[in-house]
Design a protein around this ligand. Structure first.
Ligand code: MG
Length: 258
C-alpha cells in the first residue's frame, strides 16, 4: 500500500501531481511480480475512480480499482455496521452521488442513523444542528479524517471537514470515529480490497502519524519515505513502537528491494 501525496507524487499549485523519481517504475515492477497493490489517500472530495484517473493523467500507471479513500472505507463500514440506516452526509456533490450509487440512504434530518463528514466546502448551522441532535440521540459521528489540515502549495490548508466534525463533537459530546488513515476501518478496507491479511502487507508513506500508524495498526511492515511531511522527523526522539521498520529518501530506493 502506498500513500499518494508526498510519497508517489508532489502536487503543484495547479493541483496536478508530479510523479516522484522512480514512482511509475516501482508500481510497474510490483505489478509485474504479481503482487496486488493499492494506493490509499485521505482525499475525500471526489471519488476514488476520479482520483485514479487524475493520477493516470499525471503519469502513474494506476487502475481505477487500485485507489482507496476514506469514502471507500466509509461505504464498507456503513454497510457492515449501519446497514439501511439513513446517513446525514457532509460531503461534496460527487461523494453524495458515490454514496448513493453504493446504496447508502441519505438522511434529511434528525432521523439520521449515522452522521458522516468528509471533505466539504460549504455547510450551514441548521444542518450541523440537526446532525448534533442525531448524534445526541445515539447516531455515530463518523469522519473521513480528523487532522487539522493538509499540506498545500503555500502552507497548510485547514480541513473544513475537521471544523464541521469538531463543531458537532463539541456540542453533542460525542467522540468522532475516524474511517480514513489511520483507523481500524481503514485496515479492514485494505484487507478486503487486497484479499490478504494486513500482516503480509508493506505500507509505504511519508506521514508518520497517518501512514506508518495505519501500517502498525494492521501489523504490516512499514516504510517511511522522507520525501514528504515527516521528512525531517528525528526518529530517535519518538517512542520505539512508533518507528517505521525502514526509512528511505524516496520511492526509487524500493527498486533495489523488488
Ligand atoms: Mg502523504
Amino acid at each position: 500500500m502506498f500513500d499518494v501525496d508526498g510519497t508517489l507524487v508532489h502536487r503543484g499549485p495547479d493541483g496536478r501531481g508530479r510523479p516522484q523519481p522512480g514512482a511509475p517504475e516501482v508500481l510497474e515492477r510490483i505489478r509485474a511480480s504479481g503482487r496486488p497493490l493499492v494506493l490509499f489517500t485521505n482525499g475525500s472530495h471526489v471519488s476514488s475512480e476520479r482520483i485514479a484517473r487524475g493520477l493516470q493523467e499525471d503519469g502513474l500507471p494506476i487502475g481505477e480499482r487500485e485507489v482507496l479513500t476514506p469514502v471507500e472505507s466509509a461505504i464498507t463500514y456503513l454497510r457492515r455496521y449501519h446497514r439501511d440506516r439513513p446517513v446525514l452526509m457532509f460531503v461534496t456533490e460527487a461523494i453524495r452521488e458515490r454514496l448513493q450509487r453504493a446504496g447508502i440512504p441519505a438522511a434529511r434530518g434528525e432521523e439520521a442513523g449515522a452522521v458522516f463528514v468528509a471533505h466539504i466546502d460549504q455547510t450551514d448551522f441548521d444542518e450541523m444542528e440537526r446532525a448534533a441532535r442525531a448524534v445526541r440521540r445515539g447516531a455515530p459521528l463518523l469522519a473521513g479524517s480528523y487532522v487539522p489540515g493538509y499540506a498545500g502549495a503555500n502552507g497548510i490548508i485547514f480541513s473544513r471537514g475537521a471544523m464541521v466534525t469538531a463543531a458537532i463533537a463539541k456540542v453533542s459530546g460525542a467522540r468522532p470515529k475516524v474511517l480514513g488513515k489511520p483507523s481500524r476501518a481503514a485496515v479492514a478496507e485494505l484487507r478486503a480490497r487486497l484479499g490478504l491479511p494486513t500482516e503480509r502487507l508493506a505500507v509505504i508513506g511519508d506521514d508518520l502519524g497517518m501512514d506508518i500508524r495505519l501500517g502498525q495498526m494492521g501489523g504490516s511492515r512499514t516504510v517511511l519515505v522522507r520525501s514528504g511531511i515527516s521528512g525531517q522527523v528525528e526518529l530517535h526522539r519518538i517512542p520505539e513502537r512508533r518507528r517505521p521498520d525502514a526509512v528511505i529518501d524516496g520511492v526509487a530506493e524500493l527498486l533495489e528491494w523488488l
